[in-house]
Design a protein around this ligand. Sequence first.
Ligand code: TXA
Ligand code: MG
Length: 323
Amino acid sequence: MTGTLRLSTSREDTILAAGLLREGGLVAFPTETVYGLGGDAANTDAVDRIYSVKRRSATNPLIVHVHTLEHAMEIGQFTETNRHLAHAFWPGPLTMVVRRNESYPLPSSVTAGGSMVALRIPSNTTALDLLSLTGRPVVAPSANISGRISPTTARHVLDDLDGKIDAVIDGGECKHGLESTIVWDNRGSIEILRHGIVTRERIEDLLGRQSESSGRGRLPASPGQDDRHYSPVTRLRLDADPSGFRTPGVLRLGFGEHDSGADMNLSMSGCLDEAAQNLYAMLRELDRIALDSGSQEITVSRVPATGTGVAINDRLMRAANRA
Ligand code: TXA
Ligand code: MG
């Protein structure tokens, strides 16, 4: 591979990107959540290369992206509840873990050898066009080096993966900025394996019953939910006294008007959706400022734990974990 092609969202470029995927290439593309690193899910070499360029553990399975429910239902077995969720939230930021159909040809590396497969139909129009033109299921983990901050712009993708992947489609900033919610129908009990943009409240309202958040050690675990994740290089401290942030060498990421003196602010108006959209970009930017200025620490406080705030706090806790 000679370099990473920079592509636009034009029809011509999307066709070119689909061709690269069909030939076994790796193409990063925008989704409504974060940028994904796409590869043909049926091509063992492409899947292996994804694990290798991301430096991802082979025990951490990948999400398979498709553009129709029919295709998803060929790959996995959908319960009544899965169908209900699909009709309500697809295309969109929801991933469902279902039993895989053994007759559908997928390399076992996609599911890390397991009998469950994660499926998602994204709503971003470039992503949908790309999937439809490729005509194959596409695995797409977030397009970052494992453990680092997920990318919400093409620039972020290139910062981690320039020269290591075949192309990136620049679709501007991702609409939501946080990964999809992952759910599993555990015989009628809906378990949230990863909090995300589709909130617990919306799922419970739709199904008319309560959900559970999976503790670690339950099956199927989402192995990517290691405690340390989404981390800047600089130490991130959670819930430090906000008044102490003027300490030299400490940068502050604020939220809401009362944090207006912070170095960056997730949302001055206290809007959680805006905060989600800004979170990863601001963590990356503060990390860069810290490295340039020799700052040792970034401090941030938890946001209100309602709606998207649950997913934001989840990512902040993991980013701050120095395990
Ligand atoms: O929003 C998203 O979901 C983005 C965009 C690009 O679609 N993708 C994404 O992929 O976040 P990734 O690989 O960064 O995170 C996928 C998560 C991991 O925590 C992984 O362990 C879990 O999904 N996962 C994948 N397959 C699974 C399975 N069969 N069972 C349980 N968890 C699974
Ligand atoms: Mg990821």
